[in-house]
Ligand binder design. Structure first.
Ligand code: FE2
Ligand code: FE2
Length: 284
């Protein structure tokens, strides 16, 4: 059974620059740093409320690994072999069969979802997600977006096969742009489909809730990071404002100053300076 949408995995050009962005500027907490057991890749997990961003640097582990950018969605499974088979029967394409995880902790497998998005399954001991007792930082993960050429196949795969709950939000926006939201606990997947289809990354953006978007942009500006042209602007649905910024690899990062979509911790009141750039040693 799939029991958690655990992280989005980023294949980054420069670990130092990515940590400057996600840890120092956005105020995430590094919960793991290590080197992949089977290769020279460095791996870091950065926590934002109940969600994680995984940073992977170094050379591509093999020719089929893919380009730099938003690389995969990581889910926790409590029976990796059974879930790998079930998801393959549900329309996913096997990509990497179950093996030891790159961090050395637990086992991992990858499939491609019906739209070609890389899905990682992880089987680990213990509680994999951030403890609710951990204080939230100034940014908490709200959702990951994906772009699906086949919307019905995506909602069926993540809803029926993965067991995510459909949220009554944003569906049937218009004929040219369809949006659905599926949740697993506080973690939300935003599925976009466009007619005609759009090219670009299949994983579109990472969205964070912050207490105040202009203040978050000021904090990012102190780290040399500017908003994309036209931002901040009012968010849809009269719910505060939003901004788009880009991480060091050009990945889209959305900032929203509303309550998290599906529960989970709200961000702390304000961006600080150095105290919120914490790094804790947690074996994962
Ligand atoms: Fe991962
Ligand atoms: Fe979004």
């Amino acid at each position: 059974m799939i029991r958690e949408l655990n992280h989005v995995g980023l294949f980054v050009q420069d670990m130092g620059k990515s940590l400057s962005f996600y840890r120092n500027a956005l105020g995430g907490t590094v919960t793991f740093r290590g080197v992949r057991t089977a290769g020279p890749n460095e791996i870091a997990y950065v926590r934002f409320g109940s969600g994680l961003v995984e940073l992977i640097s170094g050379p591509a582990p093999d020719p089929s690994w893919g380009d730099r950018g938003l690389h995969h969605l990581g889910f926790i499974s409590d029976d990796l072999d059974a879930d790998y088979s079930l998801l393959a029967e549900a329309g996913a394409t096997p990509w990497r069969p179950p093996t030891q995880a790159g961090t050395g902790g637990g086992r991992v497998a990858f499939l491609l979802d019906p739209n070609g998005i890389r899905v990682e399954l992880l089987e680990r001991e213990g509680k994999p997600q951030a403890s609710e007792a951990d204080p939230p930082g100034p940014a908490v993960l709200d959702h990951f977006s994906i772009t699906a050429a086949n919307h019905d196949a995506a909602t069926s795969f993540y809803g029926d096969a993965m067991g995510m709950e459909t949220l009554p939000l944003g569906t049937g926006t218009n004929a040219a742009h369809q949006v659905s939201y599926l949740a697993m606990g506080p973690d939300v997947l935003e599925i976009h489909s466009y007619t005609p289809p759009r090219s670009g990354s299949l994983i579109g953006h990472i969205a964070f809730c912050v207490a105040d978007v202009p203040e978050a942009l000021n904090a990012l500006a102190r780290n040399g990071i500017g908003a994309a042209p036209g931002y901040p602007r009012p968010a849809r649905g009269n719910s505060g404002s939003m901004a788009l910024v880009h991480d060091p690899d050009g990945n889209e990062v959305e900032l929203l100053d509303r309550l998290p979509l599906h529960g989970g911790a709200s961000p702390s009141a304000a961006f600080g300076t150095d105290e919120q750039s914490a790094e804790v040693a947690v074996g994962r």
